[in-house]
Design a protein around this ligand. Structure first.
Ligand SMILES: NC(=O)c1ccc[n+]([C@@H]2O[C@H](COP(=O)([O-])OP(=O)(O)OC[C@H]3O[C@@H](n4cnc5c(N)ncnc54)[C@H](O)[C@@H]3O)[C@@H](O)[C@H]2O)c1
Length: 207
């Protein structure tokens, strides 16, 4: 499951093409209605590709957060617009994380893909999940893997762009890395034990 913007829709389609049933969750009712009728709003995702995946039963778009409880993996890719101070507004990340945390269940893998500052995963997201009594690395697994998609680039599409995955625990890293590999079908992306390695990753798409 992931959110259906310029990052989330291409990601959802890659996972669906790799054979997984994917649910796109979004609060934007009009966007979801268009997707549910097979119309893509992202130029990198042709509508006919989306329609084929829907016919195959591997893609659906919904507004109802109850789907979070049914998903094995939740990819959070909501907006993080820059404030005037140039800090990211992480209110959308917090809201989406609270929705997921309220439905956390054993085995859940949560990956934050929004662009944000180092520490967001451990300092903000982790406590939200722990509030619900879930134990990290045991009941649920949490990682940060900022997306580096370059919309409109015909050569390097979402599955071609290397990423680094950092989990809160080593198992979180391994699971998140395995998830990334499934979508690419190639053992290309890297993982690290601590999500704080993000500190060293350049974020060139930031304006
Ligand atoms: N677009 C890019 O080129 C790009 C590239 C790399 C990284 N990023 C980063 O990825 C993240 C997502 O960017 P984007 O361009 O996909 O944003 P977007 O605005 O296109 O899409 C985000 C989607 O999340 C939905 N949403 C917001 N809050 C929600 C909630 N609580 N529950 C369900 N849906 C919710 C919105 O309705 C929207 O459809 C940002 O942090 C951005 O900085 C973007």
């Amino acid at each position: 499951m992931d959110h259906q913007g310029y990052v989330g829709l291409p990601l959802a389609v890659e996972f669906a093409k790799a054979g997984f049933p994917v649910t796109g969750l979004d609060t934007d009712v009009d966007r979801v209605a268009a997707l549910a009728s097979g119309r893509s709003h992202v130029p990198d995702v042709p509508s006919d590709e989306l329609q084929a995946l829907m016919r195959a039963g591997r893609y659906r778009a919904v507004t109802e957060p109850a789907v979070l409880a049914e998903s094995d993996a939740v990819i959070i890719c909501v907006p993080t617009p820059l404030r005037k101070s140039k800090d990211p507004d992480i209110s959308y990340v917090v809201a989406a994380s609270k929705e997921a945390a309220a439905r956390v269940r054993p085995g859940h893998l949560i990956i934050l893909e929004s662009t944000t500052y180092p520490g967001t995963t451990e300092e903000l997201l982790l406590p939200l999940f722990q509030e619900h009594g879930a134990r990290i690395g045991d009941d649920f697994f949490l990682a940060f893997s900022p997306e580096r998609i370059d919309p409109g680039n015909p050569t390097f599409k979402v599955k071609d762009i290397p990423k680094i995955v950092g989990g809160v625990t080593l198992t979180c890293s391994r699971l998140a890395r395995a998830g990334e590999a499934l979508r690419e079908r190639l053992p290309k992306r890297k993982h690290r034990a601590g999500q704080r390695v993000r500190r060293h990753v350049p974020l060139p798409w930031r304006q």
